[in-house]
Design a protein around this ligand. Structure first.
Ligand code: C2E
Ligand code: MG
Ligand code: MG
Length: 696
C-alpha cells in the first residue's frame, strides 16, 4: 500500500454509497469525513481541514455542480481538488462540472483501483501546489524587504528571474528588462567578466561550495557599480545543476570609499585614472596629472602621539584637501597615509606642479587634534599624462617614485617624475647590489692625495680616498657610491675596511723608510659612521692592529655629521681625541659653518671647501668668506687646509691670507699607495716635484 494520507470529504445523499466509500478509503489509510448534503459540505469545508472532496452530482437541495460552484468561490483547483462522482447517465453534468472547476470525475459503480489512482494523483498535485504556494510566499516576502536583489537562473533555458531590486541596482524599472542571462552578463565589466564566469563554473563543477564574487556592472546611467553576487546551484538526483539562484548587492560604497576619511580609496582612484587614460586615448588634447602626497615624518608622529590622534590628523587633512580641490578633481586615500589627487584636464606639466604645491600649502596652518596642536610639512610626487602611460599602476608607480625622491631630498617639496627617474631608480638598485658584493669581497682600493705645507713646501700628510672599480662599469666616483652606502648602512663595513687599510698602509710606509716619517693620514668618516657607538673602539682596534701611532691619524668629518646628533658626535669625537687621534672638519663653508659647533667638539683642522678655492680669484664673495674662515680658525688655534688647489695663483692667494696647508691637483691627484710612497721617497731624497714648493 502506498504511503497515502489526507483528509477526504465524501458528500453523498445515499447512505449506502457513503458507507462503502468511507470503508474503502479508511482501509486505504485516509481520514474520511462523510456528509449527506451540499450545504453541510460547505460548512465542513469552512473548517479548512479537508484535502480533497468526492462530490456526488445528483443530490437534493444543493446539487453537486451547485455545491462545486460555491466551493470554487473560495478555493481553486490547486488548493482543494474536487472529484465528481457520477452515475452513467450524467455526462452533461460531468462536462458542466469540469467547466465549473472540478478536477476530475469517477463513475458509479465505482472501480476502486482507478478511483484510488485518481484520488492519489490529485492529492499529490495539491501537495506540490501547497509547497510552491508557501515557497512563493516566502520568496515574495523576502523580496519585499530585501536590499539585495534576487535572481534565479534556469540553466536549461537560460531564463533568469530578476527581482525588482536586482533590476533597480542596475538602474532599470521592473518592466523593461527581459528575463535572459545575457541581460546580466552583457552588463559585466569587460575586465571582470572572465573572472565571474570562472567563479560560476567552479561552483557548477562542484569545486566551490558557493558562488561569491565581486565585480563591476554597468548601470543604466552609464556609470559602473561594484556588486557582489552570492549564489548556489540546485541539482537534480544525479548531482547535475539545473538552476542557480542567489542574491546581488551593491557594494560600491564599501569597495570604493575609505571608511575613516570618507574619501575614495585606491581601487576607486585606479578606476578614475583608467577613465582618464581612456579619455586621453580618445582626445589627445586632454591631459591629466596624478599627485601623491604624504605628511613628512607621519610614522614618527604616529609613534609619538598615538594611533587615534594620527588617525584624526589624516581625517582632518582629508577634509582640508577635499575642500581645496577643483570640481572634477578626485582626492583619494591610496595607502595608510598616502593621499592622491587626479588633476583633470591640465594645460601643461607646470599646472600639475602648481596643484601639488597648493595641496602641500594646506598643511601650513596647524591642526588642532583633540586640543593638541600638530604641525607638519608635506611631500609630493607628480606624474602626468605627458608621458604616455597605458596603465593606472604605471602612473601611480611613477608618482610614488617622485614622492620618494622628494622625501629623500629632505621632504617638504614636490618632485615630478620623468621616465628617466624610473630608469635611474632601477640603475640604483643594481648599483646597490654590486656595492653589497664589493663590500663582502672588499673589492675597493685606497688612493692617497698629498696635503702640502705651504711654508715648508713639503708633504705633511695624505688624504685617503676610496676607489671602486665596478665590474662591467669601470671606476665609480665615491660621490656616487658613498651616499648609497650611507643609505644602506654598508658604509659601516666599508668605513671599517678603510680605517684598517689606511692604518696598515701608513705603518707599512713607516717601516719601509729608514728615516722617521712625519706624515699624517686623513681618513674620511661619514655621518652614519659617527652614529655608531663603537666608532672609537674601531679606530683604537685599527691602530692597535697596525701598530700605528694615534697622532699619525686624522679623522675627517663634515660639519653636518656633527650637527645631526651633536651630543653623540661630541662624545665619540671626544673619545677619539682622548686616544690621540686628531679631527678635521671637511668641506667647511658649505654647511652651517657654525662657530658654536667648533667650540663644542675637539677640532684640530678646518678644511676649506674646494668650491671657495676654485672661485677665489673670480668671486669677491668667496674671497671674503675664505678670509673670514681663516681668521676665525686662526683665532681659535685651528689648522687650515685649503682643498682643491689647482693653480699657482690660487695657492698664492690662500697662502697670503694665512692658510698653512693646501691640497689639490696642483700638487698631485689622489694616487695609488705605491705612487704615494714614491712621492714621500722623492721628498726625502730632495727630488720633489717643483710645484710642491711653489707657494713659498
Ligand atoms: P672629500 O673628502 O672632500 O675629498 C676631496 C675630493 O676632492 C676628492 O674627490 C678628491 O679627489 C677631490 N679633489 C682633490 N683635489 C682636487 C682638485 O684640485 N680639483 C678637483 N676637481 N677635485 C679635487 P673624490 O676622491 O672623488 O671623493 C669625493 C668624496 O667622497 C670625498 O670628498 C669624500 O666626501 C667621499 N669619500 C671619498 N673616500 C671616502 C672614504 O673612504 N670614506 C668616506 N666616508 N667618504 C669618502
Ligand atoms: Mg675629505
Ligand atoms: Mg672635502
Amino acid at each position: 500500500m502506498p504511503d497515502v494520507h489526507g483528509h477526504i470529504l465524501v458528500v453523498d445523499d445515499i447512505e449506502e454509497n457513503r458507507d462503502l466509500l468511507q470503508r474503502r478509503l479508511s482501509r486505504r489509510g485516509y481520514d474520511v469525513v462523510v456528509t449527506d448534503s451540499g450545504e453541510r459540505a460547505l460548512e465542513i469545508l469552512a473548517g479548512g481541514e479537508i484535502d480533497l472532496v468526492l462530490l456526488d452530482i445528483m443530490m437534493p437541495g444543493l446539487s453537486g455542480p451547485e455545491t462545486l460552484a460555491q466551493i470554487r468561490q473560495s478555493s481553486d483547483q490547486g488548493s482543494l481538488p474536487v472529484i465528481m462522482v457520477s452515475a452513467k447517465n450524467e455526462s452533461e453534468d460531468i462536462v458542466q462540472s469540469l467547466e465549473t472547476g472540478a478536477n476530475d470525475y469517477i463513475s458509479k459503480p465505482i472501480d476502486f483501483p482507478i478511483a484510488f489512482a485518481r484520488i492519489e494523483t490529485h492529492l499529490a498535485l495539491k501537495r506540490a501546489d501547497d509547497a510552491l504556494r508557501s515557497s512563493e510566499e516566502r520568496f515574495s516576502l523576502a523580496m519585499e524587504g530585501a536590499t539585495e536583489g534576487l535572481w534565479d537562473w534556469d540553466l536549461k533555458t537560460d531564463e533568469v528571474f530578476f527581482s525588482t531590486r536586482w533590476k533597480a541596482i542596475v538602474g532599470h524599472d521592473d518592466a523593461d528588462l527581459p528575463n535572459h542571462i545575457s541581460e546580466w552578463f552583457d552588463r559585466i565589466h569587460e575586465k571582470d567578466i572572465d573572472r565571474v564566469r570562472t567563479e560560476i563554473n567552479k561552483h557548477i563543477d562542484g569545486i566551490s561550495l558557493r558562488i561569491d564574487t565581486t565585480y563591476r556592472i554597468r548601470h543604466a546611467n552609464k556609470t559602473s557599480r561594484w556588486v557582489r553576487t552570492v549564489g548556489m546551484a540546485r541539482r537534480d538526483a544525479d548531482g547535475n545543476p539545473v538552476r542557480l539562484a542567489g542574491s546581488l548587492s551593491d557594494v560600491t560604497e564599501q569597495i570604493l570609499m575609505d571608511p575613516h576619511t570618507d574619501i575614495p580609496n585606491r581601487t576607486h582612484f585606479r578606476d578614475s585614472i583608467d577613465r582618464a587614460i581612456a579619455r586621453k586615448e580618445r582626445d589627445e588634447n586632454f591631459d591629466f596629472g596624478v599627485i601623491i602626497l604624504e605628511l613628512d615624518s607621519y610614522q614618527d608622529l604616529k609613534s609619538s602621539v598615538g594611533h587615534s590622534v594620527s588617525e584624526q590628523l589624516l581625517q582632518d587633512f582629508a577634509q582640508r584637501l577635499k575642500a581645496h580641490t577643483r570640481p572634477g578633481d578626485t582626492v583619494a586615500l591610496i595607502g595608510e597615509d598616502s593621499f592622491a589627487m587626479l588633476a583633470d584636464d591640465i594645460g601643461m606639466v607646470a599646472d600639475a606642479v602648481r596643484i601639488a604645491e597648493r595641496a602641500r600649502g594646506i598643511v601650513e596652518a596647524p591642526f588642532d587634534i583633540f586640543g593638541e596642536e600638530i604641525t607638519s610639512t608635506m611631500s609630493a610626487g607628480i606624474a602626468t599624462s605627458y608621458t604616455a602611460y597605458d596603465s593606472a599602476e604605471d602612473i601611480l608607480r611613477d608618482a610614488t617614485l617622485g614622492l620618494r625622491s622628494a622625501q629623500e631630498l629632505g621632504g617638504n617639496c614636490a618632485q615630478i617624475v620623468d621616465p628617466e627617474l624610473h630608469a635611474q631608480a632601477l640603475a640604483r638598485l643594481h648599483l646597490e647590489a654590486d656595492l653589497r658584493r664589493a663590500t663582502v669581497t672588499e673589492a675597493f682600493e685606497l688612493h692617497y692625495q698629498p696635503i702640502v705645507d705651504f711654508n715648508l713646501g713639503k708633504i705633511t700628510g695624505f688624504e685617503t680616498l676610496i676607489r671602486w672599480d665596478r665590474p662591467d662599469h669601470g671606476p665609480v666616483s665615491p660621490v656616487v657610491f658613498i651616499p648609497v652606502a650611507e643609505r644602506t648602512a654598508l658604509i659601516n663595513q666599508i668605513g671599517k675596511w678603510v680605517l684598517n687599510q689606511a692604518c696598515h698602509q701608513l705603518a707599512e710606509w713607516q717601516k719601509s723608510i729608514s728615516t722617521p716619517l712625519d706624515c699624517v693620514l686623513n681618513v674620511n668618516v661619514s655621518p652614519r659612521q659617527i652614529q655608531q657607538p663603537d666608532l672609537a673602539k674601531q679606530v683604537a682596534d685599527a691602530l692597535a692592529d697596525s701598530g700605528l701611532d694615534p697622532r699619525s691619524l686624522k679623522i675627517e668629518i663634515t660639519e653636518s655629521a656633527v650637527l645631526e646628533d651633536l651630543d653623540n658626535a661630541a662624545r665619540t669625537l671626544e673619545r677619539l681625541h682622548d686616544l690621540g687621534v686628531r679631527i678635521a672638519i671637511d668641506d667647511f663653508g658649505t654647511g652651517y659653518s657654525s662657530l658654536s659647533t667648533l667650540l663644542h667638539v675637539p677640532i684640530d683642522t678646518i678644511k676649506i671647501d674646494r668650491s671657495f678655492t676654485s672661485t677665489i680669484e673670480s668671486d669677491p664673495k668667496a674671497h671674503q668668506i675664505v678670509n673670514a674662515i681663516i681668521n676665525m680658525a686662526y683665532s681659535l688655534g685651528k689648522d687650515i687646509v685649503a682643498e682643491g688647489i689647482e693653480t699657482k695663483s690660487q695657492a698664492a692667494i690662500i697662502h697670503d691670507m694665512g692658510a698653512q696647508y693646501g691640497q689639490g691637483y696642483l700638487y698631485s691627484k689622489p694616487v695609488p699607495a705605491t705612487q704615494a710612497l714614491d712621492l714621500l721617497k722623492d721628498q726625502l731624497d730632495g727630488t720633489n716635484a717643483p710645484q710642491m714648493s711653489v707657494a713659498i
